[in-house]
Design a protein around this ligand. Sequence first.
Ligand code: ADP
Ligand code: MG
Length: 217
Amino acid sequence: MLEARALRKSFGRTTALEGVSLSIGEGEIVAITGPSGSGKSTLLHCLAGIIRPEAGEVTFGGRRVDSLDDAGRTRLRRESFGIVFQHGELVPELSAMENVALPFLFGGHARQESLRRAMEALERLGVADCAERLPGELSGGQSQRVAVARALVASPKAVFADEPTGALDSLAGELVMKELVRTAEAARMALVIVTHDNRVASYANREIVLRDGRVAG
Ligand code: ADP
Ligand code: MG
């Protein structure tokens, strides 16, 4: 479903990824682990069409992702992907509930129905009490759970999550992982999780270890 072949990406003189290839099937849960600076976020961003690799290919459902222009990649992300960024990245002017409703609103659904579904997702992630608050009024852990709710709400074909439990205590982390896995299994979505937490990695069917921008195992 999702394939990367010989990806390379550098920032100035730093090579963040070099010769990375992988293949992820429908319904598969994959953890990307490795030390800080090993290229995990860069790989996730290439797979999700947020940045373009300098060399190599990314295909999703047989469609080239890396050769799409910015507008094409934005459309693909909105139609098919849910993304949880390492630092939340909620829209600051919108309430938590409105943020979570965005994937439905982009999909042309009615506002009332979108907000109702958003509220249900917030409930599943244990942050229904944050629905009316702006992102600036949320703790790091609350923002992270709202961001996960937004990524899952419209049952996308693939979810990419960068350290989705990084700001959470172990109980909340467990709740978030269970919800990610439950939704992924119910919708047969591919789930790619960057983490340095062994407990999070233990939910995955497979672990890909990065070291210095290369697949180490
Ligand atoms: P990880 O997520 O595993 O900690 P990253 O993918 O964020 O690693 O970074 C890999 C390498 O690329 C690091 O050396 C990092 O400093 C560098 N890097 C990542 N993003 C940028 C950027 N936007 N500008 C410059 N260097 C970057
Ligand atoms: Mg990172």
